[in-house]
Design a protein around this ligand. Structure first.
Ligand code: COA
Length: 420
């Protein structure tokens, strides 16, 4: 059995944020029923196409283990079917633009009337306030949540990150809200509304930068490289390049082959506890006791010199050799892995973190499997559904339509080209 066996999810999500959430729920065993506009479906099905005619990787990698029903929720019969789905499901998840569900006639009040036990989970760009009506995408959330202003180098513009902290990050937050609400429902018997704003999700992940904002009132942030370089602080948390956020000096340094390989780099932290090992490894044993180098505060204005010396050593080694040498000495380092290297990493396939999935339209592709491992709820990654692949099955098996009634729904045009 799986952790969420028996839980039915009405998945009204699209693009990335909502689908990442419902994909996790599906991996934990829930029956996820993805409702899609007839003939159109989730817009990502046809975005960033690499195999003509096939669902895109954008869609397939975010919608594993789900079933798809085509349903026009603005058509009268479609609304009837949606009402039946709300009656049958434990959770409705949506990430439409603000007000879209209300415009369909399905306000939270109406949804509760239909099924008082249902949990309704929503992602919006902003929480209540002056921006609540805005449509929001990933990078907007990264900017509004404080991440962009604190990412990048001091002398450059704000940067967005490659990690999708606005979309996938908020999907994760929502997923936690849903399982928590399901847990509470066990005791109260009631459903509730779970809301996550993308701005809030990004801010939550940028928490340490708000920590630094407040520390600025007590003086400069000494662990930031700019302090050692004598550059004054302004009134907001600055961009810190590749400084490590935890107070231990850290940088990204070149490794052997960096001239040709854009990813021949390592992260290197000169953790105070292993300073002596660092000195030995890089051939600077004298720094262990030398005045100006022996203690962390003394080193703050010499970080550029120290990291240059470390880099002189790292450029003689590959990023993996750096790891092999430093790990046994507890010196924290990490190779900069390219997506190609990750795709070729057998170890990640063994743990199920990377998976190969077969798809009828596109053949085999790689995907990220479930990153959360439950010892008593195994995940088997199954391909994403084709548009409307399960329409008839859901109408009959989940909602109990049969015979003339099923024919009536299909003939109404509310459910695409489903066959009775
Ligand atoms: N049947 C009939 N109509 C449907 C439907 C269905 N099965 N599914 C969707 N629609 C309609 C919606 O009701 C809406 O109609 P309306 O504008 O008349 O109310 C319309 O399709 C478009 O939906 P919308 O959510 O506005 O899509 P969009 O492409 O214009 O905007 C986002 C996309 C992501 C910007 C927007 O949905 C959003 O801001 N979502 C919340 C934040 C979010 O999750 N952003 C990140 C996405 S990764």
């Amino acid at each position: 059995m799986k952790a969420l066996d028996g839980i039915k999810i009405l998945d009204f999500t699209h693009v990335q944020s909502g689908p990442t959430c419902t994909q996790l729920l599906a991996w934990f065993g829930a029956d996820v029923i993805k409702v899609e506009r007839p003939g159109v479906g989730d817009a990502t099905r046809k975005q960033l196409i690499d195999v003509p005619g096939a669902d895109s990787l954008y869609f397939t990698m975010l919608n594993h283990n789900k079933r798809s029903i085509e349903l026009n929720s603005k058509n009268e019969t479609g609304k009837e079917v949606l009402t039946r789905l709300i009656e049958e499901c434990d959770v409705l998840v949506e990430n439409f633009a603000p007000g879209a569900l209300d415009r369909m006639g399905f306000t939270w009040e109406r949804i509760q009337e239909i099924n008082p036990k249902i949990i309704m989970a929503s992602i919006k760009g902003f929480g209540p306030g002056k921006y609540e009506d805005c449509k929001v995408y990933e990078n907007v959330a990264q900017c509004a949540g404080g991440s962009a202003s604190t990412t990048g180098f001091l002398d450059g513009p704000p940067l967005v990150t490659g990690a999708q902290i606005g979309d996938s990050g908020t999907g994760l937050h929502l997923c936690l809200g849903i399982v928590t609400a399901l847990f509470q429902r066990e005791k109260t018997g009631r459903g509730q509304k779970v809301s996550c704003a993308m701005q809030d999700g990004v801010l939550n992940l940028s928490r340490v930068k708000l920590r630094d904002q407040q520390r600025l009132a007590a003086g400069p942030l000494k662990e930031y490289s700019q302090y050692g370089e004598g550059i004054e602080f302004g009134d907001a948390t600055p961009r810190a390049g590749n400084d490590s956020g935890g107070g231990q000096p850290g940088r990204i340094l070149k490794c052997k082959g960096w001239e040709k390989d854009p990813n021949a780099y390592t992260y290197f932290i000169i953790q105070a506890a292993v300073w002596e090992s660092v000195c030995d490894v890089i051939g600077k044993a004298e720094w262990k006791t030398q005045e100006g180098y022996a203690t962390p505060p003394e080193r703050l204005d010499k970080l550029n010199e120290i990291f240059s010396a470390v880099e002189e050593w790292t450029t003689t080694k590959t990023k993996f050799e750096v790891m092999d040498i430093c790990n046994p000495l507890n010196i924290p380092v990490g190779p900069i892995l390219s997506m190609k290297e990750i795709a070729d990493d057998d170890g990640l396939y063994k743990t199920g973190t990377m998976v190969k999935v077969d798809h009828p339209e596109r053949g085999e592709y790689l995907s990220v499997g479930c990153p959360i491992k439950l010892s008593d709820s195994e995940v088997e990654v199954a391909r994403s559904p084709l548009l409307g692949e399960h329409t008839t099955e859901i109408l009959s098996e989940v909602l109990g339509y049969s015979g003339d009634d099923l024919k009536r729904v299909i003939d109404s045009g509310a459910v695409g080209e489903a066959k009775a």
